[in-house]
Design a protein around this ligand. Sequence first.
Ligand code: ATP
Ligand code: MG
Length: 369
Amino acid sequence: MMTKTLLLLPGDGIGPEAMAEVEKLVAVMNKEESAGFETEKGLVGGAAYDAHGAAISEDDMAKAMAADAVLFGAVGGPKWDDVPYEVRPEAGLLRLRKDMELFANLRPAICYPALASASSLKPDVVEGLDILIVRELTGGVYFGEPKEIIDLGNGQKRGIDTQVYDTFEIERIAGVAFDLARTRGNKVCSMEKRNVMKSGVLWNEVVSAVHKASYSDVELTHMLADAGGMQMVRWPKQFDVIVTDNLFGDMLSDVAAMLTGSLGMLPSASLGAPDAKSGKRKALYEPVHGSAPDIAGQGAANPIAMIASFAMCLRYSFEMVEQADRLEKAIADVLESGIRTGDIMADGCRKVSTSEMGDEIAAKYRELS
Ligand code: ATP
Ligand code: MG
């Protein structure tokens, strides 16, 4: 059995509480299924600042670069509001994204039947929803040059951001989207605005070319991103994988988040370039929510987003598809049985703590084996 190295970076606030529930699952998998996980723990965010005066130490950075996968909790909180900008908690995550070259951000929007009534939309529109947004994360208008505010001298200023995409950047994100589609519903919808943006014209051309060259077995459609946003709210179940740029992906993934209910439920993955030696992709998995300082330390956090992020890790970094499916089924079953943390509490349900929710999911996972 090959060992699988996992670096755990619990971070701040509810991060450590949520991570503890993943550690329970890792222990179960190692003990009962000889999964062979080797975990190491590091510090990130405010916790790293308190210990080392940096948002992540060089030592932990090196461990992240060497690990098969990184599990990240959350960073930040009022305690570190006044620390210098370069070492603010969020700088730890930005450094990880940059050094690991995490260019593909994966945000699934899954609606568990038991929570369909918590969505912003009608239950029948979202019940059984399972879509995946693949957002380009390292290019586009957030990074393109020039990027500045110019003083025009006549009392006017000009703010400039530049959308830039090169062929290779579109090719590699399209490849990730098509590869993922093959493991799911085999459909990709690419979204851009080729009617008004040159980068959109190129995006459309390159995605089509990648499709023709290597993925003609996958169904490809194209949508203008504004129409795509409308369709996502009208009938989201028409989609399987959506691939889009950094800006549109930022907005569309937040829209998708509201289709499914609480922030405490949403996992994410960020994938990087394949490692030069092993060919394995670098990867970081994290819940979409932040450190939630208002509920930290109370055992009130919902650990499902963190646990579901670990399920993504099993699926994408370790090809442990059966275990990933089983873990996701365990989450769905526990919700179905009416067990809830405070953020998703509903009438007639039983309210549990963070660690009780983790115990219930671990027990259900074992029961399903
Ligand atoms: P960040 O800036 O790091 O994104 P934020 O303050 O914008 O953080 P979050 O920390 O993600 O947002 O959370 C906003 C609120 O949602 C929290 O204050 C908390 O009440 C609730 N919340 C977030 N995550 C969870 C969770 N896992 N379980 C329960 N409640 C949560
Ligand atoms: Mg936030």
